[in-house]
Design a protein around this ligand. Structure first.
Ligand code: APR
Length: 233
């Protein structure tokens, strides 16, 4: 079994699969959120602009569902691993998830590549708030329904997140992808960026998706809660 403790610049890319055992649905596969066309068509730039109230209601429902969850064993293992890192070593988590569970588990270096449902933005004054999920209805501001600070299809990755990801991948010597289907870019190309550095590349996923065996050095099929604590210890 690969020993991760000798690596200095570790990048972990996570997807919806790492939060599945917390009770949050993934996007694709059986019971995936996007299997429901009514939901899928509310997650793009057009809907964000033209169907704001429906979009906000959908994402607010997700926000409240997330508020009722706890970090999983996999989240906690990554946090404990970061805590024990020797001086000079770093672990950067680049997450596609908008649930904030890595930070809730205690990880410090977390890049929210697709934004976060904890933050909501006002289109009028451009202000950003972290509304309490106790409210039954989505937040409003300047007499308008706010939007979640997440990246919908057709929207740009936030500049800070883009930069953080690029710098972390430029230096990484170990790249680990956990619980992602590798279908959405630019995150799906990170493994190739890591390969440019000659980094060791490991996939941990319930299913090994097409093409993964030629992109990753090692592929481990299984649940994140079983695999992650074994490797990150
Ligand atoms: N442990 C490990 N992997 C799991 C588990 C589990 N318990 N449960 C599911 N998986 C795997 C599935 O096999 C699948 O390959 O997690 C992956 C989840 O894939 P998606 O649902 O496509 O989620 P993700 O890859 O995060 O999606 C990327 O797409 O819809 C957009 O913006 C959204 O960030 C999201 C992006």
């Amino acid at each position: 079994m690969a020993d991760f403790s000798s690596y200095k610049h570790i990048v972990v890319l996570t997807g919806a699969g790492i939060s599945a055992s917390a009770g949050l649905r993934t996007y694709r596969g059986p019971d995936g959120l996007w299997n429901d066309p009514e939901v899928a068509k509310l997650n793009d730039a057009f809907a964000m602009a033209k169907r704001r109230d429906e979009v906000a209601a959908m994402f607010w429902k997700f926000r409240r569902a997330i508020a009722a969850t706890q970090p999983t064993a996999a989240h906690r293992a990554l946090a404990a691993f970061e805590e024990k890192l020797p001086a000079g070593a770093e672990l950067t988590i680049i997450t596609q998830n908008i649930d904030g569970l890595h930070q809730a588990a205690g990880n410090r270096r977390v890049c929210e590549y697709h934004g976060s449902l904890a933050r909501w933005r006002c289109d009028v004054c451009k202000g950003e708030l972290s509304p309490s999920p106790d409210s039954e209805t989505p937040p409003t501001h300047c007499n308008e329904t706010m939007r979640p600070s997440v990246v919908a299809f057709g929207e740009m990755i936030p500049v800070d997140a883009e930069r953080t990801a690029k710098v972390a991948l430029r230096d990484c010597d170990l790249f680990v992808a956990i619980g992602t289907s590798g279908t959405v870019s630019p995150a799906s190309s990170f493994v190739r960026w890591a390969a440019l550095n000659g980094a060791m590349r490991v996939l941990m996923n319930l299913e090994i998706f097409d093409g993964a065996r030629s992109e990753f050095t090692y592929c481990y099929e299984g649940k994140a809660d079983d695999l992650v604590p074994q490797f990150f210890r």
